[in-house]
Ligand binder design. Structure first.
Ligand SMILES: Nc1ncnc2c1ncn2[C@@H]1O[C@H](COP(=O)(O)OP(=O)(O)OP(=O)(O)O)[C@@H](O)[C@H]1O
Ligand SMILES: [Mg+2]
Length: 296
């Protein structure tokens, strides 16, 4: 998989995109009308053509930038709890449609990093950019809205609301995000059917198996079409068969929906199948040492 790492230039590409698009949208019909009615001979108006080509070129460039810059950039994150420095300057870039796994020993800082990427926690310094948006600069209300729309979470223990049905649990983030009730429930049904849970709409979490609960949690994470799903040991509480099914689901979602995932896992086979593995140790992302040769 190719990871595109084009720098973000803040609001400039978006401005350029809007300008280019409006130029093109206004120029195209105008040319069409003029050509149809033979009112203007464009061949003799070099200035018009220069302007038009510049506008169109700018549009293409803007489109390219806005397509390619989709990524999450985490820069130089430092996080302390009292005297304990848990993250010591972590930088990572996650490309659109990528599945990145984070592995490492207990206490390495994996969950802390995931929570900071997910805007559930703030670092002492560093930045987190989603397609150029500095999420740490957002005010509480904006941040909650941003999180609801852009980030899905899957935890080791599903964290579904026990008193609500499967359908209500999945529809909840869409309802919170302001979607119409009928649309939110229709979308939730669609996702649950995609997860082979169409006959479990009215079940409560306690009436589901562990694997089913995690699939419901994935459906809930997906409902707002987030930029990324952050999963913390999502298969940690599952048996081998359910584990494999859940892992397969992640890759299907990447292939069919271009869904981006960042997955903290202790499962070597899952990590081995992901597009990129980040190894964490003592609050840093490290390059793993090659396994030492075994001399018999
Ligand atoms: N709220 C907190 N207050 C104080 N220390 C904390 C807090 N949260 C985490 N830590 C410490 O930060 C370190 C990193 O914790 P973290 O949960 O990120 O580790 P982890 O890599 O996810 O480990 P595991 O694989 O066991 O889940 C640990 O030493 C932990 O004790
Ligand atoms: Mg953890």
């Amino acid at each position: 998989m190719i990871t595109l790492q084009i720098k973000t230039f803040g609001p400039l590409p978006h401005l350029a995109f809007c300008w280019g698009l409006s130029l093109w949208l206004s120029a195209a019909p105008l040319i069409g009308v003029c050509l149809c009615f033979g009112r203007v001979d464009f061949g003799f108006q070099p200035l018009f053509w220069v302007g038009f080509c510049l506008g169109f070129g700018w549009l293409c460039w803007s489109l390219e930038v806005s397509f390619f810059e989709k990524m999450i950039e985490v820069k130089n994150i430092i996080k302390r709890y009292g005297n304990l420095e848990v993250l010591k300057g972590v930088s990572v870039t996650i490309g659109d449609g990528e599945i990145v796994s984070i592995v490492g020993p207990s206490g390495a800082g994996k969950t802390t990093l995931l929570q900071i990427i997910g805007t559930l926690d703030k670092p002492d310094s560093g930045s987190v950019l989603f397609d150029g948006t500095d999420v740490l600069a957002l005010k509480d209300k904006e941040l909650a809205r941003f999180r609801n729309r852009n980030i899905g979470f899957v935890f080791q223990f599903h964290q579904l609301l026990p008193e609500f049905t499967t359908l209500e649990n999945v529809a909840m983030p869409a309802l919170i995000g302001g979607e119409k009730r009928s649309d939110a429930f229709a979308h939730a049904k669609e996702l649950l059917s995609y997860m082979n849970l169409s006959d479990r709409f009215e079940h409560k979490p306690a009436q589901l198996s562990g694997g089913e609960r995690q699939r419901v949690a994935v459906a809930r994470a997906l409902i707002n079409k987030p930029a990324v799903i952050l999963a913390d040991e999502p298969s940690g509480s599952l048996d081998t068969q359910n584990k494999q099914e859940l892992h397969k689901l992640f890759f299907t979602l990447r292939d069919e929906m271009k869904q981006t995932f960042v997955i903290v896992t202790h499962d070597e086979s899952l990590a081995g199948d992901t597009d990129r593995v980040l190894h964490m140790r003592d609050g840093l992302i490290v390059t793993p040492e090659p396994e030492s040769e075994i001399i018999v």
